[in-house]
Ligand binder design. Structure first.
Ligand code: MP5
Length: 197
């Protein structure tokens, strides 16, 4: 089964992660500043965790998946610098403790480190495809938040997600539905965390 089929196999779950109220509020500018800033700081931590996961995945990936994973790793390092700039502009301290949803997601990534390569590739594609669809839903975004919306909706990012899809389709996961639903639930919990803060 192609991984793209997972979206239509779990429509309610997918809608929950990609049409979350957080995103509608970013689009119309009604997101509370505290909620947005909580998301930003916690997401910077998540990306640091993702970098570790992806570096390990690259080390054990099959030959055809190496280029897309390596390119993604370089992009993650640049993205961490971008988060630092955005945090500085907004006067935010990135050294705050992880909130429970961030810790839970980090634990999921650690479990995926120990999973087979197909499962890990399907998970990574799900992680990135969620952000592509979620931020597309927030387009064009209130002026203050537009750089964030653009960051995850530019053609280059969509191309990266397409590359990950090809890589994931090349190594089928034994239980693609299981890993997909677990990652999408973690994504929804991440938005929930920001809104609840
Ligand atoms: C991504 C992210 C996308 N930044 N945060 C969460 C919670 N899920 C997915 O990853 P990237 O590396 O920012 O494109």
């Amino acid at each position: 089964m192609p991984v793209a089929d997972l979206l239509s196999r779990h429509p309610d779950l997918w809608r929950g992660a990609t049409r979350h109220p957080f995103l509608g509020a970013v689009r119309d500018g009604t997101i509370p500043v505290a909620a947005f800033d909580t998301w930003l700081v916690q997401d910077a931590r998540f990306v640091a965790d993702l970098l570790r996961f992806q570096a390990r995945l690259l080390a054990r990936a099959p030959r055809p998946a190496q280029a897309v994973l390596a390119g993604g790793l370089v992009a993650l390092v640049d993205e961490l610098a971008w988060f630092e700039e955005q945090a500085a502009v907004r006067g935010l301290d990135l050294a705050v403790p992880a909130l429970p949803a961030t810790t839970a997601y980090a634990e999921l990534l650690e479990r995926l480190d120990a999973a087979d390569v197909g499962t890990a590739l399907t998970a990574l594609w799900t992680i990135e495809r969620t952000y592509l669809d979620a931020w597309s839903h927030a387009r064009p975004g209130a002026p203050e938040y537009r750089p964030f919306v653009e960051h995850w909706t530019l053609p280059g990012f969509a191309g990266y997600v397409a590359g990950l899809e090809t890589a994931a389709d090349g190594v089928p996961a034994p239980d693609a539905d299981g890993v997909f639903t677990e990652v999408v639930a973690a994504e929804t919990a991440f938005w929930d965390m920001a809104v609840a803060a």
